[in-house]
Design a binder for this molecule. Structure first.
Ligand code: FES
Length: 112
């Protein structure tokens, strides 16, 4: 099982840690289930950049970055070396470990 520690760039939001997360779901899905705001305009099919986040630790626990994902990250606001798309960060089945994520300020993103 995984633990995901979410931090937020938006002022006033305290970090949140979610434990006992099973593999097979994306970081975006985990965020959604736990009422953590992260836009997803394309419906989680790697065709937008609104689910952009920073994967600070634990990249070995999620699906590898693809060329398509990289293309959309280039269009995100303020991309960095640790940028990923939340819908594409699917947790490895059967694994365990700690993941740390920073969510960009969602108030600056037009999305659903
Ligand atoms: S929701 Fe569109 S790329 Fe993730």
């Amino acid at each position: 099982m995984y633990t995901i520690h979410f931090k937020f760039e938006q002022k006033g939001l305290e970090p949140v840690t979610i434990d006992n997360i099973a593999g097979g779901q994306s970081i975006l899905e985990v965020a959604e289930e736990n009422n953590i705001e992260l836009h997803h305009n394309c419906g989680m099919v790697c065709a937008c950049s609104t689910c952009h986040l920073y994967l600070e630790k634990g990249e070995q626990h999620v699906a590898e970055l693809t060329d398509k994902e990289e293309d959309f990250i280039d269009r995100a606001r303020n991309p960095k070396i640790e940028s990923r798309l939340g819908c594409q960060c699917v947790l490895n089945d059967g694994g365990s470990g700690r993941i740390e994520v920073t969510i960009p300020d969602q108030s600056l993103i037009h999305g659903e």
